[in-house]
Design a protein around this ligand. Sequence first.
Ligand SMILES: C[S@@+](CC[C@H](N)C(=O)[O-])C[C@H]1O[C@@H](n2cnc3c(N)ncnc32)[C@H](O)[C@@H]1O
Length: 222
Amino acid sequence: MSESQLWNDVDEYFSAHLSPDDDILQAALRDSEAADIPMISVSAPQGKLLQLLAEIQGARNILEIGTLAGYSTIWLGRALPADGRLISLEYDPKHAEVATRNLARAGLDKIVEVRIGPALESLPKLADENPAPFDLVFIDADKANNPHYIEWALRLTRTGSLIVLDNVVRGGRVTDPDSTAPDVQGTRAAIELISSHPRLTGTAVQTVGSKGYDGFALARVL
Ligand SMILES: C[S@@+](CC[C@H](N)C(=O)[O-])C[C@H]1O[C@@H](n2cnc3c(N)ncnc32)[C@H](O)[C@@H]1O
């Protein structure tokens, strides 16, 4: 059995017991595939991890950067109380349209808002609205901008908020200081920012599973 088949099987076992995909999540993935949207959402166990982290945070306000078709957004939205709020930023109008439908089917349209446009344009507009501090920020968009997203997350959160940064391994290239790839440079800059910023403490964890070899960073705002 190949390594990736093994990771897949173990993910399926964990998922079947601990994070089963219900009809709504399955329909979200089906509609995403039917719309030719890349299948690069988090896995079900990772989605459940996001939900648990938001619940542990007692989150009432969540910011997501990178909606895709709303799969991770559904997991996060399910952690919120009925009067909670989730704002998800998405560059691609087609992704946002499919996500909006998926979120409505999940009954989350009252608390989730998908904002279309480059996140670095949406974030200053959001800050101008002076929103309540976000309790959790999930960063999962263009990796080159990761350090900018961490800076914005710091402006939009409070002491005790949690920042989750996805896909930090870059196939192992994250260790290469000479890489000129924007995703590697952006991810390295984000990790170094978490390490050096006086208001952040964090860690990064490598993972394997149905999405292959990857990892995420967690940072708590001090
Ligand atoms: C990895 S996918 C997000 C997956 C999603 N969080 C999930 O797990 O279901 C990244 C998304 O970020 C969006 N994106 C890329 N660059 C962006 C930008 N500058 N601003 C906002 N969204 C962006 C892409 O269009 C894509 O939909």
